[in-house]
Design a protein around this ligand. Structure first.
Ligand code: ADP
Ligand code: MG
Length: 260
């Protein structure tokens, strides 16, 4: 679904990304991790076609991303970003309807009626009772579910998430990740998610790309990437890595006094 080759990007002569190369298969849940400022959001924005790159290429379904029109891209991919919601005056239902813009003609008409789809997604996200609320009347967790809903009503082939669980408490973190995974199983959508939390990345990702200072450290399964030595090299703190007793995936435990 995605192929990235020799990708490079600089701002003001300083390299933000360099030598990035990986592929993501159809239906895969692919994670991107790395410390603050390592280039995760920049990479995601390049995959969504929002910013350009200086060298290398990104192919989506074998076609270079620069060759897609804005509308074509919007029909393939949806993005959930931290600042992705419209101004606060909009109502929840209106925001969901905005997700259908790429499929409408200039009269705002669509070939198929999307209201059933919107109902279904709002139900899945527990948003039905909030449909007439404006965005400023929602909690952080509710807003994040609305942002996810707006992305899902696009029925994307490729769903891009930039730190979708930031500011959510643990209950909502798991709920949001479970919803994405369930949706993925039913629609075969490909997911690329920048994740801050290494333990969530381990539980949900098929494979993980680790970035450090704009360079690709490694790509592999959670077991290959979440190793204490590698994490220490990249994050400057050495955690304890243990196997999850139920999921049998690596989980990290932080140690105090071990930074630097
Ligand atoms: P991450 O998402 O991993 O925290 P980013 O991709 O946001 O990192 O940023 C990577 C680096 O690129 C940072 O050093 C950041 O300051 C720099 N950067 C990002 N966007 C711009 C920009 N528009 N102009 C200049 N520098 C930028
Ligand atoms: Mg970021």
């Amino acid at each position: 679904m995605i192929k990235v080759n020799g990708l490079e990007k600089s701002y003001h002569q300083s390299n933000v990304l360099q030598g990035i190369h990986f592929s993501v298969g159809k239906g895969e849940f692919f994670g991107i991790i790395g410390p603050n400022g390592s280039g995760k959001s920049t990479l995601l924005k390049m995959i969504s076609g929002v910013i350009s790159y200086d060298a290398g290429e990104i192919l989506i379904n074998k076609k270079e991303i620069r060759k897609y029109s804005r509308k074509e891209l919007a029909q393939i991919l949806a993005v959930l970003e931290q600042e992705g919601l419209p101004p606060v005056g909009f109502r929840v239902r209106e925001v969901m309807e905005m997700g259908r813009f790429p499929f409408q003609n200039w009269l705002g008409e669509e070939a198929e009626d999307a209201s059933t789809l919107i109902d279904e997604i709002m139900g899945m996200l527990g948003l039905n009772h909030l449909e007439n609320r404006t965005l400023d009347e929602l909690s952080g967790g509710e807003k994040q579910r609305v942002a996810l809903g707006k992305a899902l009503v696009q029925k994307p082939k490729l769903l891009l998430l930039d730190e979708p669980t930031t500011y959510l408490d643990i209950g909502y973190q798991i709920q949001l990740m479970d919803i994405v995974r369930t949706w993925q199983k039913t629609t075969q959508v490909t997911v690329v998610a920048v994740l801050h939390d290494l333990n969530l990345a381990s539980l949900y990702c098929d494979r993980i790309l680790m970035l450090h200072k704009g360079k690709q450290v490694n790509v592999g399964s959670p077991r290959e990437i979440l190793q204490s030595g590698l994490i220490e090299d990249v994050y400057g703190t050495r955690p304890i890595v243990m196997e999850h007793p139920i999921h049998h995936l690596p989980q990290i435990i932080l140690k105090s006094g071990s930074s630097g």
